[in-house]
Design a protein around this ligand. Structure first.
Ligand SMILES: Cc1cc2nc3c(=O)[nH]c(=O)nc-3n(C[C@H](O)[C@H](O)[C@H](O)COP(=O)(O)OP(=O)(O)OC[C@H]3O[C@@H](n4cnc5c(N)ncnc54)[C@H](O)[C@@H]3O)c2cc1C
Length: 472
């Protein structure tokens, strides 16, 4: 049984069904893909925030390429930061830093960088918050120019309240000297932030998971859409039944083993109240940041050459602007293009609930001020929302996460994994690896399983402890 039909859950079902196991996926939405879903309207395709598929795991890439055939394209990334009327390359490049921020600011940035290095190196100051992590590696001036305002906009809270874990997982480059060495070509290797090329399907990122869903069904697996998991029945240290809401009715299904990829706090709340009374407060302490997407149809062949445009200034509503056509030419009809704006918010706050037309006017005005004037060229727009965009790494998130995961450990046939399920800020490739690893672990360790298949770590290149929140 797999709970959630995003990349992690589907990959688990892909693995299990491929090995001939009887598997059912319960997915709350009307389609599969989770955050990696693509919506199509009038020949325009919009992901939920533009995605790219990159992985250092050759076995995983090979499997996805075989599954997708010619439908998987290779695209090139070109991203910029729009800041105070200037355009900086992203990832930050030393040439831009030294030439565009001006001599005075450049000198101050350099001195604050030295100060940050001294604080971290000589005074041994620890990285507790995001603020510490960045200032120790880039200095306070660059923090105030780029990282601080952007981060505060994404999370809606001060970077002093965000754990340094997020920075270390999100920003692949290490510090300002790294930027310099890469400019001088004295350093090689391609961390994720620097990767220029990536895979992207012809019809949007969701195509990978639509195809994967079909393969699961061809293998005999079942995918139940519109199935909202509501509670679990447990006995003898095992999950025995899953109950879910389906089109106004309540249904239940027996299970031998469960891979859960639904949000960790939500999973906890599906257990009987008396079992979770001790941990419920920890579940309530883990929260997710929501995102609203403004998807705009534009009657122009192109708007910009950029895959992503980062906007950190507080006065603008969006954090990123994307032109989906830059990922695949099939994301817009011939001769037309589109824009997608990412607008972070909290589920049910004013931005989340704001009327589409009012939000559109605000976006159009912001775009215009940023030098992207598409007034008179817009032929339509719509918005989409995700309530679980980013797991919020508050300073004490680990304590709550660990309590919940240790609670789940008592159920030997349950594995919680994925971005929502393990409360880990991970990308799609890691979510897929987690799902595959969870499936392999169930197959290998499940006492119901007669055929003992080795845990194929070498094939997936996996180290289970790195990826999984494992119970049982
Ligand atoms: C704006 C944005 C941009 C991103 N860009 C990239 C990128 O370029 N490259 C990349 O690799 N990654 C990217 N990611 C990350 C990527 O989307 C995630 O890593 C990936 O989707 C995680 O997969 P998952 O299956 O763990 O979780 P999800 O995709 O969130 O899937 C979880 C599923 O569980 C379902 N569910 C929840 N509750 C229930 C319930 N009660 N019952 C049944 N089902 C339920 C949900 O509907 C969902 O389908 C991006 C994420 C965001 C938000």
């Amino acid at each position: 049984m797999v709970l959630g039909g995003g990349p992690c859950g589907l990959s688990a079902a892909w693995e299990l069904s491929g090995k001939g196991y009887d598997v059912t996926v319960l997915e709350k939405n009307s389609g599969v893909g989770g955050l990696c879903m693509t919506r199509e309207y009038l020949g325009y395709r919009f992901d939920l925030g533009g995605h790219r598929f990159i992985s250092a795991n050759k076995a995983l890439v090979g499997r996805v390429r075989r599954m997708m055939g010619d439908e998987l394209l290779t695209a090139e990334r070109k991203s910029v930061i729009l800041q105070k009327g200037k355009t900086f390359q992203y990832p930050l490049c030393a040439r831009d830093l030294f030439t565009k921020i001006g001599f005075r600011t450049g000198l101050r940035a350099f001195l604050s960088y030295i100060k940050g290095m001294v604080a971290a190196g000589v005074l041994q100051k620890k990285d507790v918050s995001f603020d510490d992590w960045v200032t120790h590696r880039f200095g306070r001036i660059l923090y105030e120019l780029f990282f601080g305002p952007y981060t505060e906009k994404v999370w809606g809270i001060s970077p002093k309240l965000i754990s340094s874990d997020w920075a270390s997982q999100r920003i692949s480059l290490l510090n300002l000297s790294e930027v310099f060495f890469r400019l001088m070509r004295l350093k090689r290797g391609t961390p994720r932030t620097y990767a220029r090329t990536y895979f992207y399907p012809r019809k949007g990122i969701g195509q990978i998971f639509d195809v994967m869903g079909s393969v699961i069904q061809q293998n005999g697996g079942r995918i139940v859409l519109n199935a909202d998991v509501s509670d679990v029945e447990v006995s003898d240290g095992k999950v025995k039944k899953i109950r879910y809401k389906y089109q106004g009715s309540r249904r239940e299904i027996d299970c031998d083993a469960v891979v859960s990829t639904i949000p960790l706090p939500d999973l906890i709340k599906t257990f009987p109240d008396d079992l979770v009374k001790e941990v419920k407060q920890h579940a309530n302490s883990l929260t997710y940041r929501a995102i609203r997407f403004m998807n705009i149809f534009v009657d122009l062949p192109d708007v910009s050459g950029n895959t992503w445009m980062y906007v950190s200034e507080k006065k603008y509503i969006m954090t990123r602007i994307q032109e989906p056509k830059r990922r695949s030419p099939f994301n817009a009809p011939d001769g037309k293009t589109s824009l997608m704006l990412e607008i972070p918010c909290n589920a049910n706050d004013a931005l989340w609930n704001c009327d589409d037309a009012e939000l559109f006017e605000r976006c159009l005005a912001d775009l215009c001020e940023l030098g992207i004037d598409v007034r008179g060229k817009v032929t339509g727009y719509f918005t989409s929302r995700v309530s679980h965009g980013y797991p919020v790494y508050k300073l004490d998130y680990r304590r709550h996460q660990e309590k919940l995961l240790s609670f789940l450990e008592q159920f030997e046939n349950l594995i919680a994994c994925g971005r929502q399920g393990a409360f880990r800020y991970i990308f799609m490739d890691t979510a897929m690896e987690m799902g595959i690893a969870a499936a392999q672990r169930l197959v290998y360790e499940n006492p119901y399983n007669k055929e003992q298949i080795p845990f194929m770590r070498s094939e997936a290149g996996l180290l289970e402890k790195d990826f999984m929140a494992v119970s049982g």
